[in-house]
Design a protein around this ligand. Structure first.
Ligand code: AMP
Length: 442
């Protein structure tokens, strides 16, 4: 099987060396990468999209316009697009890399935020949304997966201007996890809507979740959930201040015409407390030749994904990387940052590891798809668990020593953490930890 040798090869796209998968959204895979020609900061994230899906799309012009605009936008709270490349089969969107994980991982880990902290993130979110709207770009699919933090804890909104990618053949927006918890009522009935007002609604849901630690609209049954959203049927927990409640009520107004607008939010007393003006560089001369080439189907700029010959992996390096990971804790903590993946080592045979994972996942309502030593765990669509998807992979590090990787590839982060607690306890007896690590963790 030796997936280990495949791990050792280098994959290059243009000047970037591709690394591990950071996440999988509804329409793309996101990989960590390094710019091999950079002398300074070389870390980037590359969003990889199926080219045919985009170029056969009737929205090519809109996508091209929005990506061009986003490449020009340099706002501290908007994830920066650095470059766009294409191969014959894929489009690569090179983004600034942020290492602080998703904002909602923080909530899943530490629970709801204090009002002041929630307000600080909400102010940054509104600044980002306001700025992009002023440039004619709407998000249309704001949700926790799109709220990332950099290493200083600054909020960065991702996927601005990329919503057209997640529109399917029927023209409707399909959120990554298939749940409309964050979607405005007028988007649900898709009778043509104003991107400004529907983004404001999603910001209101996000603010509620930050302060409450749970969704304002949450029903296991989709129809019941739709009904609650249409009627803005929700209640506040007792710890919300009356000013915060008043603002959220004006945001979660089911009528987009009477819903509070961003200029009004900027004037709101609760919002204005401790507000700091965003300071950012204005766009310099940004070169858009790459965007033109990709969307005009030009052959001149095509890149290829090429694999360089495998370099031998040092098994001990891998083992030592894995020792610190504990199954009790989903968060792979590195320098205080969190990621939504974890690894562990096991001395059990690969087949046994695969069966144990399957045994642990099935009672939790997950369908298991196996391919070689990879497995996808897909929740049952009818339930709330249906939103979740988990990818696992078993690597052979040395004879009779395996490394297992687990990664959330879809679904709601809050729910994933709940699932993970139960799931990991079912895997305890196959995890191997060295004696030194046992001492450390005991
Ligand atoms: P998305 O398709 O944008 O929802 O991305 C899927 C996941 O990949 C996100 O939820 C993040 O965890 C991760 N991700 C996306 N973009 C970046 C980035 N620029 N830096 C770091 N992680 C990212």
């Amino acid at each position: 099987m030796s997936r280990a040798s495949a791990m050792g090869s280098r994959t290059l796209v243009g000047k970037y060396e591709l690394g591990r998968t950071l996440g999988e959204g509804s329409f793309a895979k996101v990989k960590f990468a390094r710019n091999t020609q950079s002398s300074g900061e070389s870390a980037v994230a590359i969003k990889i999209i199926d080219r045919h899906r985009v170029l056969s799309h009737h929205m090519v012009e809109q996508i091209k316009r929005e990506i061009s605009t986003m490449k020009m936008i340099k706002h501290p709270n908007v994830l920066n697009i650095l470059e766009v490349m294409a191969s014959r089969t894929k489009i690569y969107i090179v983004l600034e890399y942020v290492g602080g994980g998703e904002l909602f991982d923080k909530i899943a880990k530490d629970g709801k935020l204090k009002e002041g902290e929630a307000r600080r993130y909400f102010q940054q979110l509104i600044n980002a949304v306001d700025y992009c709207h002023s440039r004619g770009v709407y998000h249309r699919d704001l949700k926790p997966e799109n709220l990332l933090l950099d290493s200083q804890g600054v909020l960065k909104v991702s996927d601005f201007g990329l919503s057209a990618f997640s529109k399917q053949e029927d023209g409707l927006l399909h959120t990554a996890c298939g749940t409309p918890n964050y979607v405005a009522p007028e988007v649900l009935n898709d009778k043509g809507y104003d991107g400004t007002a529907s983004d404001v609604w999603s910001c209101g849901v996000i603010l509620f979740v930050l302060m409450a630690g749970y969704f304002p609209f949450d029903e296991p049954n989709l129809m019941a959930l739709y009904r609650k959203i249409y009627n803005a049927d929700f209640s506040f927990p007792p710890w919300f201040s009356s000013n915060a409640k008043r603002l959220i009520k004006c945001i979660l107004d089911p009528n987009p015409l009477t819903r509070i607008t961003i200029p009004e939010i900027l004037e709101n007393d609760w919002f204005k407390k401790d507000y700091k003006q965003p300071c950012f560089k204005h766009e310099e001369d940004v070169n858009l030749d790459d965007v033109d080439a990709v969307f005009n189907d030009s052959e001149d700029y095509l890149v290829t994904e090429r694999k360089e010959k495998p370099v031998s992996m040092n098994a001990f390096e891998l083992i030592s990387r894995s020792q610190g990971f504990s199954l009790d804790n989903l968060f792979d903590k590195q320098m205080g940052l969190v990621k939504r993946e974890t690894r562990f080592t096991s001395t059990c045979p690969a087949n046994e590891i695969m069966s144990k994972i399957e045994e642990a996942a099935k009672p939790l309502g997950f369908n298991v798809h196996k391919r070689n030593y990879k497995m996808k765990l897909q929740g049952d669509k009818s339930g709330r668990k249906g939103q979740l998807a988990v990818a696992t992979e078993v690597f052979e590090v040395a004879p009779s020593l395996h490394m297992v990787e687990l990664r959330k590839t879809g679904g709601d982060t809050l729910e994933f953490h709940k699932f993970y607690k139960t799931f990991s306890s079912g895997l305890k007896d196959i995890v191997w930890t060295s004696d030194s690590n046992k001492e450390e963790t005991s």
